[in-house]
Design a protein around this ligand. Structure first.
Ligand SMILES: [Zn+2]
Length: 302
């Protein structure tokens, strides 16, 4: 072989090796799952009955195989679902799953977990989820034309509240924030006063324990119309306005009448929670609580 021919052969060998290497790299990258794809793997919707053992199959049948239809079914809770369904035969299976996911089959404050969604507008605070001593970022002072005293809300909620307050004013309504963000330390003192006054059992029906108050999220405003006591807010024309309009600004009535067994709180016509327009619209349309919305659509989200 002369020099030229050898050079050409060497060139072909290099090209072949290059093609093989490239093919290998491409094969590996297409067959490997990226982090995006693996994120939700632990929560498989529409799980078919086929792969379970007989005992599990029988349990799932007791629950009408509801796991095939919803994606917020947790296999770990299967015995709790069955027991709650037996105690509440009139509830739909979706409601059984939803309520057990909230924790309602267990006593308040007995099985609590830390909120994983700090500084998000969809953070949930109830008698099963604690904020501990969390202090939200971006707390800002609410305009004095929309509040009494010095009141703070998380920036996004403050802007939405002030817009709602200004639009209401144009139509002749006064929506005034009279209590908003409360710190963990403040709630310690407040709750203790209520306990001294009424005892733990009664205090728990209307006041949150420290670390469990939704006011600590910085996304809540108790409102009045600057004339009527806030506890009678539902006797005012402002209340009707809020019922028809609050969701347009991302606010919901958090503890509605008739939902006490789900929210764990007595009806509070004055307590409004900012969740953003999308969630607020869904809740308004479907007449569900934020606790229910959370376990169906938010929990498990990363
Ligand atoms: Zn409140």
């Amino acid at each position: 072989m002369n020099k030229k021919k050898r050079k050409v052969k060497k060139g072909w060998m290099v090209l072949l090796i290059f093609i093989l290497l490239l093919g290998g790299v491409l094969w590996i990258s297409t067959n490997r799952k990226g982090p995006e794809e693996t994120k939700f793997e632990e929560k498989v919707p529409n799980e078919s009955n086929e792969s379970f053992d007989n005992e599990t199959k029988q349990k799932l049948e007791k629950l009408d195989n509801i796991q095939e239809k919803i994606n917020y079914f947790h296999m770990d809770y299967i015995d709790r679902y069955i027991s709650y369904h037996e105690k509440n035969p009139n509830l739909s299976m979706e409601d059984v799953i939803t309520r057990v996911n909230i924790g309602l089959d267990q006593d308040y404050y007995t099985h609590t977990k830390e909120s994983p969604y700090l500084n998000q507008v969809y953070i949930l605070s109830n008698k099963y989820i604690t904020l501990s001593d969390y202090v939200p970022e971006n707390l800002e002072k609410v305009s004095s034309s929309c509040s009494t005293g010095t009141r703070y809300l998380v920036r996004e909620a403050r802007l939405a509240f002030e817009e709602m307050c200004a639009d209401a004013k144009k139509e002749g309504y006064t929506i005034n924030a009279m209590s908003t963000y409360r710190s963990y330390e403040y709630q310690v003192g407040l709750y203790q006063r209520y306990v001294d006054q009424d005892g733990v059992e009664k205090a728990d029906t209307y006041s949150a324990r420290p670390g469990f108050s939704e006011h600590q999220t910085g996304l809540v405003a108790d409102v009045d119309n600057r004339k009527t006591a806030y506890t009678s807010f539902d006797t005012t024309k402002e209340y009707t306005w809020m019922q028809n309009n609050a969701y347009k600004y991302g606010f919901i009535l958090r503890y509605p009448k008739g939902k006490e067994d789900i929210t764990g709180y007595t009806y509070e016509s004055w307590h409004y929670r900012y969740v953003g327009k999308e969630i607020a619209s869904y809740i308004q349309e479907n007449h569900i609580t934020f606790d229910e919305y959370y376990v169906r659509f938010i929990e498990g989200k990363k």
